[in-house]
Design a protein around this ligand. Sequence first.
Ligand code: SF4
Length: 283
Amino acid sequence: MRQGIPAAGNFLHQELAILTGSVEAMVVDVQCIMQALVDLASNFHTKIITTSSKVKIKGATHIEFNEHEALTIAKNILKEAIDNYSNRGKTQIPQVKEDLIPGFSHEYINYMLGGTYRASFRPLNDAIMSGRIRGVAAIVGCNNPRSSQDYLHVKVTRELLQQDVLVVETGCGAIASAKLGLLLGEAGLDQVGPGLREVCEAIGIPPVLHMGSCVDNTRILTVLTQMVEEGGLGDDIDQIPAVGLAPEWMSEKALAIGTYCVASGAYVIFGGSSPVSGMPDRV
Ligand code: SF4
C-alpha cells in the first residue's frame, strides 16, 4: 500500500508527468513501461531508474531491487532523485487534483456491510435480490492510447452506475474513476441510479469501490465467492449477476488476469480491439 503517497495518475500519464519538468526520478520495474520513456526523459533532467534484473533499458540508471535490502535500496533511489533536484529547470504542473477513498479489500467490504459483530455479504445479496442493485461490475485494467485517455472506462462506468450496478475497480481503471470524483463518499452519488444511491447512502460507501492495483483482482474473485457462499443468488460464480470488464486493456498481464477469471466462472468482457485480430488464422 502507498502509505499516504498520492497517485500521480495511471498508465497513460507516465510521459505526461515527465513533460511537467518536475520529475527527478521515474522508477520502473517490469511492465507497463512506455517504450520512448528514456528518449523523452533525455529532453528533461528526469532519471529513469530500472529495478528488475528482467528489464534493463539503454540510457536508464539501473539500481537492482532485492527484498532483503529493500529499505537501503529505496533510500539510495530517493537519494538519486534528491541529488537530481538541483538540475530541475522550468516546471509546468497542471493544478488539477481530486480526492479519493481507496483500499476496499474483501475483508473491509465484508465488515462494512455487516459491522464488527455481523460481518456479512447478506446486505449486498439482499439488495440485488430485491432489485435495488441490478448486479456488480468489476471494471479493471489498463488505459489504452487507441482511445482518448480513459474514454471507455468513463463511458462504461457512468452508464452502469446509472443502471443501478455497483462498480468495483482496480488498477489504472480505478484512477480514471477517481479523476471523476466517483471514489468519494457521497460526492459521486448524484451520478448514480436511485436504487444504488439508496444502498450506498445506507451503508456509507462510494458508488465505485477501489479494490487495489491490477494485481489485486483476485480480491474481486474472493468477493464473488463470498457472495455465492452467502446464498440466494446462485450456486456458483457463473450464476450470480456479475461481470468483469477490461474496456481498454493493452497489457499481457490483463490477458492472464482475464484467463483466470474466466476459469473461475466469471463472465468477462475485453473491450477495444484485439492486437492479434489481423491474424484470423491464428486466433
Ligand atoms: S492496469 Fe494495465 S496499464 Fe495499469 S498497471 Fe495494470 S497492467 Fe499496467
